[in-house]
Design a protein around this ligand. Structure first.
Ligand SMILES: NC(=O)c1ccc[n+]([C@@H]2O[C@H](COP(=O)([O-])OP(=O)(O)OC[C@H]3O[C@@H](n4cnc5c(N)ncnc54)[C@H](O)[C@@H]3O)[C@@H](O)[C@H]2O)c1
Length: 248
């Protein structure tokens, strides 16, 4: 049990990749906090984990609201007394449209969730990790953050920001027992991928040498490794999980 006595917060854990991560960490012994803006879906996901005998807490939370993030961290500390692992998974694609048609509001909405949310959540858990000299922060970036997907500028920029944040914070806490890494999946078989038009999905799928979408569980497996003691000398990494799409 790699995560016995570990407490993990997974944002956006009500469905998709986040749910697969929560399930994987819980199956290896972690107490898991299902933190998601979708209150009902978070409750359902938490009940499923509980029914499988896992320790779980559902927390309705919008990662783009620092007050909600701080309140969740307090609830987790009250309930479990510690926070060992944060997985910054919550994310949105936003509208798939050209830059010249993108409104101010849409640009800010995508950045607020995908990038500011990662900052708010990481900042909120760091004191608990620093005090115990152990922590794992793993964030979901994307190949879009390395390459830039057409008609997805806000999304691509937000994910590039997650990569830079990861590298910066990793160096900052490198001597404090805390590692900070991110993962760059290519198209993964979730509701997010299903929200694309068939043309957009075909374009993104065609870029993957393996010729298929990732399963959420395949991404969760990489994240579980980065969250474990096995990855003790890995920090500041941009870990590829793209079926060969990324060549750097
Ligand atoms: N699916 C892909 O192809 C793919 C590829 C690369 C990276 N990613 C990244 O992986 C992560 C998960 O993606 P997914 O495909 O599982 O997405 P998804 O849309 O299937 O699920 C996202 C979850 O995040 C929650 N969420 C959205 N906004 C939130 C907010 N403000 N606060 C808290 N929770 C919020 C949603 O309610 C949902 O449960 C995202 O960061 C995404 O950008 C996905």
């Amino acid at each position: 049990m790699r995560f016995a006595n570990r407490v993990a917060i997974v944002t956006g854990a009500a469905r998709g990749i986040g749910k697969a991560i929560a399930t994987r960490l819980a199956s290896e012994g972690a107490a898991v906090v299902v933190a998601d803006v979708n209150r009902d879906a978070a409750g359902v996901a938490a009940k499923e984990l509980e029914a499988a005998g896992r320790k779980v807490l559902a927390c309705p939370m919008d990662v783009s609201d620092p007050a909600q993030v701080a309140a969740t961290v307090q609830s987790v500390l009250q309930r479990f007394g510690q926070i060992d692992i944060l997985v910054n998974n919550a994310g949105i694609v936003g509208e798939v449209i050209p830059v010249h048609e993108t409104s101010d509001a849409e640009w800010h909405r995508v950045l607020a969730v995908n990038l500011h949310g990662v900052f708010y959540c990481s900042r909120a858990v760091l004191p608990a990790m620093l005090s115990r000299k152990w922590g794992r922060i793993v964030s979901l970036a994307s190949v879009a953050g390395k390459e830039g997907n057409p008609n997805m500028a806000a999304y691509s920029v937000s994910k590039a920001g997650v990569i830079a944040f990861t590298k910066s914070l990793a160096k900052e806490v490198a001597r404090d027992g805390i590692t900070v890494n991110c993962v760059t999946p290519a198209l993964t078989d979730t509701d997010m991928a299903r929200s694309f038009t068939p043309e957009q999905r075909a374009l993104l799928a065609s870029k993957v040498p393996m010729g298929r979408l990732a399963a959420p569980e395949e991404i969760a497996a990489v994240i579980a490794f980065l969250a474990s003691d096995d990855a003790s000398f890995v920090t500041g990494a941009v870990y590829d999980a793209s079926g060969g799409r990324s060549d750097y």
